[in-house]
Design a binder for this molecule. Structure first.
Ligand code: MN
Length: 418
């Protein structure tokens, strides 16, 4: 690596780079497959299409403002033709944010005009291309789809607005027809081709193959949209980047149709921390944004959700907690810390607790326990925790007081100054 190159990095980047090198000496490769990755957030569009979820105007504005401040490349704000309220929300977000704002449109004139009228910077238009959707959802022939798609792409391009086209259900579309559609819209002036795994059937290697093939048929930039029906959405999005996609569509907490989309927090942090590449996203806002979306969407985040779950940076078992207290890289990824996502590490006391956690917590709440006292209180904690009960600080204090553990202040008054 050139010295001049290192100088250009911010202190933050240098710190991260060092950590990556420090903790990646293992069995996995450490050179990055790509250097940068763009983030297209669809929390307000596909995310809002989660069953039983709808964002009000204020929710949309609040979430868009946070995404804008964090530096996402595109915010898909909604589906302007849907309703007057939706049109107004999309329009206001387009006016009040600095980043690129995108509106969705079917390959229908009214949809495209509504999207253009809303003042968005990008129109995302889509048409079904798989046989099953052509026949039983869109009720159109292959030829009609190409004709309508080309017309809509041309209309948006003529208006001087960025245009993205999605062959919906691309991963279940006949290969030859897919390339035919892609070549037709490319010729019509499309800026972005989005490859959607609409029903979540892709696997990382197969999806990467598809993206490589698509790239051979267009000069447009490639975007990917993946669904989590088999828990592969984030892995598939990352496979897309590895295969040369410029951008991935994600939603905060992974909300979206059915099992949802690739999660914003998973894709961003994997790109930043595991690949050591750059999304340009300010990652320290992730935890707060995730809590906001959890609350506004009404979709609870599971405790074991990656990065944003309550347990993501929590430790209970004695061996793990003792290691993490000494060096967090022992039983955390090492390349990702809670601070990087605006979260806090937590040591939970319970059945699996060891003495290190108990000693640490006792000191934090003001005690100066001896080793014997720590062992005694740990026994109490484990016994109490074994019956599925939570060890609150109040409970810990009661255990400590029962066994006559001295508080730090008492010892300071008795002992020599330090
Ligand atoms: Mn979708």
């Amino acid at each position: 690596m050139e010295y001049r190159g290192v100088q250009c990095l911010t202190t933050w980047r240098i710190r991260r780079l060092r950590r990556r090198i420090g903790f990646s000496h293992g069995t996995l490769r450490t050179d990055s497959e790509f250097a940068t990755a763009r983030i297209f957030d669809t929390t307000l569009r596909d995310g809002e299409q989660s069953p039983r979820t709808s964002f009000c105007y204020d929710d949309k504005r609040e979430i868009a403002t946070a995404l804008d401040a964090m530096g996402v490349h595109v915010i898909e704000a909604g589906f302007p033709v849907n309703s007057d309220a939706e049109f107004k929300a999309v329009s206001d977000i387009a006016t009040h944010t600095d980043t690129t704002v995108c509106g969705l449109a079917r390959v229908v004139d009214g949809d495209v005009e509504a999207a253009l009228d809303s003042g968005v910077d990008m129109v995302h238009t889509f048409a079904s291309t798989s046989e099953v959707q052509l026949k039983d959802s869109m009720h159109a022939t292959r030829e009609e789809v190409i004709e309508r798609s080309v017309d809509c792409v041309r209309r948006v391009a003529d208006a001087g607005v960025d245009v993205m086209f999605s062959p919906m259900d691309a991963t279940r579309t006949d290969h030859d027809y897919l390339t035919e559609v892609i070549e037709a819209v490319s010729e019509a002036g499309v800026d972005w081709i989005n490859i959607p795994d609409t029903c979540g059937v892709a696997t990382p290697a197969r999806f990467a193959d598809l993206i490589e093939t698509v790239r051979e048929h267009t000069d447009a930039r490639i975007d990917v949209h993946t669904h989590d029906d088999f828990g592969l959405a984030s892995a598939n999005a990352l496979a897309g980047f590895e295969a040369g996609a410029d951008q991935a569509q994600v939603s905060v907490n992974g909300i979206g149709e059915r099992a949802g989309n690739a999660a914003f927090e998973q894709v961003v942090m994997a790109v930043e921390s595991v690949y050591g590449a750059d999304t340009g996203v300010e990652t320290t806002g992730i935890t707060e944004l995730a809590r906001t979306v959890e609350e506004r969407s009404g979709i609870d985040t599971p405790a074991n959700a990656p990065i944003v779950g309550a347990n993501a940076f929590s430790h209970e078992s004695g061996i793990h907690a003792a290691g993490v207290i000494e060096n967090s890289a022992t039983f955390e990824p090492g390349v990702m810390t809670p601070e990087m996502v605006g979260a806090e590490r937590e040591f939970v006391l319970g059945k699996h607790t060891g003495t290190h956690s108990v000693a640490k917590r006792l000191r934090e709440v003001g005690y100066e326990p001896t080793d014997d006292e720590v062992r005694t209180v740990t026994r109490e904690v484990k016994e109490f925790g074994a019956t599925d009960r939570r060890i609150t600080d109040e409970r810990l204090v009661a255990f400590a007081d029962d066994h006559g553990v001295e508080r730090a202040a008492e010892r300071v008054t008795e002992g020599p100054a330090r």
